[in-house]
Write a protein that binds this ligand. Sequence first.
Ligand code: ADP
Length: 596
Amino acid sequence: MREFLQVINYCIGILWKTSRKYFIIRIILNIVSLAAPFAVITITRSLINFLAGGGRSASGGAVQTFLIFSLLLLGLNILSKGIETVSAYYAGLHRDTVDTATKQLIMEKAARLDLSFFDSAAFYNEVSDADSNSPLITFSAFQAMDFIRYFVQFVIAFGYLFQFSVILPAIFAVSAIPSTVAQIKQVEAIYGFQREYLGEQRKMQYASDILLSREFAKDVRIYNIYPFISGKFRNIWKMLFSKKKKISLRYTRILLALSTLPEIVAAVFLFLLGLSVVWGTRTIGDYSFLQGIMTQMLGSMYMVISSYTQLADGKMRIQNYRKFLGFESRICEDGVLELTEPAFTVEFKNVSFRYSDNLPWVLKNVSFSFTSRQKIALVGANGSGKTTIVKLLLRFYDPVEGQILMDGKDIREYTPDSVRRRFSTVFQDYSNYAFTVKESVSLSDAGKANEEALVLDALKRSGADSFTSRFPQGLETYLTRRYDESGQELSGGQWQKMAIARAFFRKADIYILDEPSAALDAKSEDEVFRMFQTMYAEGGAVLISHRLSNIHLSDVIFVLDNGALAEMGNHEALMKEDGVYAQMYKLQAEKYKGVQ
Ligand code: ADP
């Protein structure tokens, strides 16, 4: 019960916080609509008694009284209908406001949690549960309001019935308990089932995403994968459907048996009431009144049960939603120092790292250092840990062992934001945004979004101006035709240039470029690397590339081999060393010679 009250409290809190105005209006409308049915029943009793008694004489006065009764009833009914319509209007607005607010909280949480959460299937389950539950949370919040309203209505009707009998209303209430319990058990079982199979539901969603999204559209056609994907989709659905059907059937049988109880009690009540009219102990007006009150009580009792059941369902969903909102980042944000100086040193001191306790080490006892004025390169085979080093630099993760020092102090002593501000990075899996050219570039520094000259400069530096300058709507051109028919579609290399322009737009001390060779043509790639190495004479760069001709001008080259630092030095020194780097370099040079 305490938990239940906490949920009501939480729901009312959501309704109140998201819009006080709508909340107050709806409370007032609820109070009025609560009283209206009782006023109608009371007036009807007087009317029937009047008709059954002196009203029959049809004198001028009696007709007038009858007219007043009828007008009163008409007025009340019009008022009730009016309130219903106005309530629906405000409820619609309030629901939209609450819905958006709950969704926004989920979006904000997901945006603020650290990257490691996105490595785990359990987290995706929680995201999908919270996201799909957000409309139900709004619904529960509304149910809390309805629950209170129907409960008050029920108590008033209950009180009226006491005039007739003390025991009967109590029997009424008790007769509803078994089916209420069964209904609550049913929603608990169904939600429990949904949570248990969240992973399977996400797989169904994934199958549908594959068929509905552009990303996979080519594969869907060249490999004709529809039968495979739809087979997967249907098999999961069949399995889930049969399990859900079993649960539903079990509870439907129980409910069928239990829900007849209150109806039997109501029939007995009406029979006894009828008898009392026949015996002359009650008037026809009383009969109509008590029958009206009983219908009202039954109606409100069912509404109380149904909103209570919905709230019981909402309770579990809200608990999980709150659990999601309560997730804490693992990256400790206790650091208070701000890394503000453009010139600073970076040192990896015996750093070892793995993504999770049960996964192999990705970096093993790595030590090296550089300054924010140097151009350095990271070289090594696929999977040797280069991108992981960048992720540690940006403090997406903390080392499992060892330390990263910035300007001589542990990276954890700084605020993560101030560390990230020092860098501007293009990852290998950069993102493509379906925004305008201007928005897509200026995303990296939203504070300067209106400075078109800076956007144009960034486009020029990345080489993206070669195509954006031809767009008829210039910087306002939408990328992709997803949201705008006149939008522009880009090639892989053009997207990459947009991502590089975004990195250039941001003023940083160290620019990081992670392996752009995949999409760029040889000439563009050469230009981009030259830009990173020479443009900011003072600024630093971290370059990752498999093509060693791109990075041989770097001040220091760090060679990684299976997570360990194998060699370091400039190109000449490494060639002299005749180790891994020299062998790779010679191999690549041989190949190019072969082509000539
Ligand atoms: P590189 O950039 O040198 O190609 P990465 O640093 O991207 O290598 O990856 C190093 C290793 O870490 C790879 O074996 C990769 O599978 C693993 N890895 C990368 N990201 C994750 C992650 N989020 N969770 C688990 N393992 C990961």
